[in-house]
Write a protein that binds this ligand. Structure first.
Ligand code: ADP
Length: 720
């Protein structure tokens, strides 16, 4: 008997076995309908094998579906990713099929000529229509425009049977990129990098690279040239470029369109589902060469993937925390390995993991020296707030205020960076000291003045700012503590009433369109002072920006999680790197209460190596990543006792293992979210320990009740 293992989208760790009916020819990657209880579900064939007699009665596959199969290497990737992240392989496979499940674009009504039918009355307008149409099939609107007639003329011709209407579902056309459309002249570092990358692709096989160069050194230009060379050598090659944020895609798409004379495909959650379906189908049919996308583009069914680029590879937005928990950068490397392709991790501030791999020689290390052209790195200085404390209820010190004033006089632009949304991060009662928190979540409510509400940034809960303290009932006793971007903008408006100011945060630019509009205004010099969270600190190129002020450089350092120092360094290097990217020199001023902090000293000295060396030494001493491995188990439930019981069961069931420790169970720092109690366990292991095997063995020993959600997070980035 022939049996097919089928990946079904259910939260179970294995594929399901089905009998293959006589005459049905199935192979790995085929999509099938298979019975599950009373229903038929869509699944992907993982394996087909022969078996002689079994004592289990297997249900039979119902049918093979007409939809395109997943390329076998995508199935390899899905299975590998599921094993690595301890996720259900069927759900991973469903992720890979998501684009295909989207609705098709609505068919378009068009008209075309009916052979040998002539109009009864050949008016000039009618002749113009027939002339403009020729042998084409056009929409009535396009035809009316081309012939400069009213739509009534076309309708008349249709009624008379001279033209006929047809419904067409257009296949998305992706014009082939032209490698020679508008090449740049590269400097020698860029040329060497492009050569190494394209040679890596030409040699074939898995080749990982780190493309390392300061912001503005021309990394993008270098990898675009590598893409051109790859396409010249192999016009069917497919290339995937991953970006950490949707907001960054538009600028890159425009650059690619300008460089290659054809726009790439775009793939992320902001793309309309019918369009996503077209992209999925075009990628799977090899009709599309370049895809620019967010991390979920890793699951697209490329048939000839030759090069994967992960831009801003250090960005923690590549980590997906909800649903399937995975790190886009790590999975990009895995996908390239499985495809036998090259992968480039590009950054001005690479993650310690990636630097470690480069130091070990696992990744080829391509370095770009200075900024391209005349642009130079900004001058970075620390402003010691102990010597220049801002006045009460203000946040900008005197030296920073003066620098802003000077910049405005020169008609140049200022970016004030503060990675905090809203007006004030905390609201408290002056009478009783109570801090306002969300009712069902352990987090402080953030005051937003634009909307007049207090918001929980974790769950989205919000309420109007109350008149009375909810704890002691005192009147007018609530005070806003600390600044968010809205409050800094308020101060800026008071200090520089003439300046054109704007706030850039996920509240003021909730979608891609408004983000693009604001970025455009800043690029065009229509904004003098932009107060921004990290949403604007990444990737953008503002030619008139010459001063970056960091309002609170200590902010990220207080968090104290594993990557607090690394993240702060990266974020501030990115933010300060926005200054002086064109012909005018830039400078950055960092306000701090701890100017002696090693992270800030390294930033001011522009000495990334010193920072990396010190941080690596700390990680090594503690055997933490990249010198060790981590995994977290998070339990949550509305039923506190059920969480308690499962965490005790887990603690009892820890398998024996060497060079590995389990910490916890402990209450999570966010012990209550949306009314759910949360507990965490953390596993640390040496690098050579198979932490996934340990977790699988461990979890197989306990029964997880339906009321508790158990999430495994391999290589956690959040410790909340
Ligand atoms: P990065 O990706 O390292 O931040 P970019 O590739 O975006 O750097 O380059 C920074 C700026 O310099 C861009 O405006 C880019 O167009 C320009 N640039 C980089 N390399 C070249 C080149 N070889 N010729 C012309 N302009 C370049």
């Amino acid at each position: 008997m022939k049996v097919a293992s089928v990946l079904i989208p259910l939260p179970v760790p294995e594929a399901f076995d089905y009998e293959v009916p006589e005459g049905l020819n199935l192979t790995r990657g085929d999509q099938v309908a298979a019975p599950l209880g009373p229903r038929l579900v869509r699944g992907v064939v993982a394996e087909v094998f022969e078996t002689t007699g079994s004592n289990r009665r297997l249900k039979a596959v119902d049918a093979r579906l007409d939809d395109p199969p997943l390329p076998p290497r995508v199935v390899d990737f899905v299975e590998w990713a599921a094993r690595w992240t301890l996720s259900p392989p069927g759900e991973m496979a469903a992720t890979a099929l998501k684009g295909l499940r989207a609705p098709r674009p609505r068919p378009e009504r068009r008209v075309r000529r009916v052979e040998r039918r002539q109009p009864l009355r050949a008016t000039p307008a009618r002749l113009a229509v027939l002339e403009a149409l020729g042998a084409q099939t056009l929409t009535p609107a396009d035809l009316a425009r081309a012939a400069a007639v009213s739509s009534g003329v076309i309708k008349g011709l249709v009624d008379e049977g001279v033209l006929e209407t047809v419904e067409i579902t257009a296949e998305a056309a992706f014009d082939a990129p032209d490698p020679d459309h508008a090449p740049a002249t590269l400097n020698s570092d860029q040329a060497a990098a492009a050569e190494a990358l394209s040679q890596g692709v030409a040699d074939g096989g898995f080749k990982p690279f780190l493309l390392d160069g300061v912001t503005g050194s021309g990394k993008t230009e270098a990898y675009l040239e590598a893409i051109a060379r790859v396409l010249r050598a192999e016009p069917t090659a497919q290339i995937l470029i991953l970006l950490p944020e949707i907001a960054l895609t538009q600028a890159l798409i425009e650059r690619i369109a300008a460089r290659f004379g054809a726009a790439p495909a775009e793939w992320h959650s902001g793309v309309a589902p019918p369009r996503r379906r077209q992209v999925w189908e075009a990628v799977s049919a090899g009709r599309c060469n370049i895809v620019v996308g967010a991390r979920s583009a890793l699951f697209l069914p490329f048939v000839n993937l030759r090069l994967v680029i992960v831009d801003e590879e250090h960005d923690t937005s590549f980590k997906q925390e909800e649903g399937l928990v995975y790190h886009g950068r790590d999975l990009a490397v895995a996908r390239a390995r499985i495809e036998g392709a090259a992968v480039v991790l590009a950054s001005a501030t690479p993650s310690l993991e990636t630097l470690w791999n480069a130091q070990q020689g696992r990744y080829a290390w391509l370095k770009l020296g200075a900024r391209h052209g005349v642009a130079v790195m900004p001058d970075i200085a620390l402003l010691d707030l102990r010597q220049n404390p801002p006045g009460p209820q203000t946040w900008l010190s005197q030296p920073l205020r003066e620098a802003i004033g000077e910049t405005l006089i020169r008609k140049e632009q200022v970016l004030l960076f503060l990675n905090r949304r809203g007006y004030a991060p905390v609201v408290l009662c002056r009478a009783c000291g109570h801090r306002l928190t969300a009712p069902d979540t352990d987090s402080w409510l953030v005051e937003h003045r634009y909307t007049g509400r207090l918001v929980c940034h974790l769950t989205g809960f919000s309420m109007p700012r109350p008149k009375l303290c909810p704890s002691c009932g005192a009147e007018d006793s609530l005070v806003s503590v600390g600044p968010g971007v809205e409050r800094v903008e308020e101060e800026v408006r008071q200090l520089f009433p003439e300046a054109r100011t704007a706030v850039f945060s996920s509240d003021t630019v909730p979608d891609g369109k408004s983000a693009r509009a604001l970025i455009q205004r800043m690029t065009d010099g229509e904004i003098d002072i932009l107060v921004a969270t990290q949403a604007a600190a990444k990737g953008h190129n503002f030619p008139g920006l010459t001063l970056v002020g960091v309002v609170d450089a200590d902010l990220g350092l207080r968090g104290g999680d594993l990557r607090a120092a690394e993240r702060t360094y990266q974020l501030l290097a990115q933010a300060t790197g926005r200054a002086g990217r064109a012909d005018k020199p830039g400078r950055a001023l960092l306000q701090t209460w701890t100017p002696e902090h090693p992270v800030l000293m390294a930033l001011a000295a522009g000495d990334r190596d010193a920072f990396v060396e010190a941080e690596m030494a700390e990680r090594e001493a503690a055997s933490l990543p990249p010198y060790g491995r981590l995994a977290a188990i998070i339990l949550s439930s509305e039923n506190a006792q059920a969480v308690e019981k499962l965490s005790n069961d887990l603690a009892q069931a820890i398998p024996n293992a060497e060079r590995l420790e389990v910490y916890g169970p402990a209450d999570a720092p966010l012990a209550l979210v949306r009314g759910r109690r949360r507990k965490r366990l953390l596993v640390r292991a040496d690098r050579d320990v198979n932490i996934q095997a340990f977790l699988r063995a461990w979890l197989s020993r306990v029964k997880v009740p339906g009321s508790v959600r158990l999430t495994v997070d391999v290589d956690p980035y959040s410790f909340l």
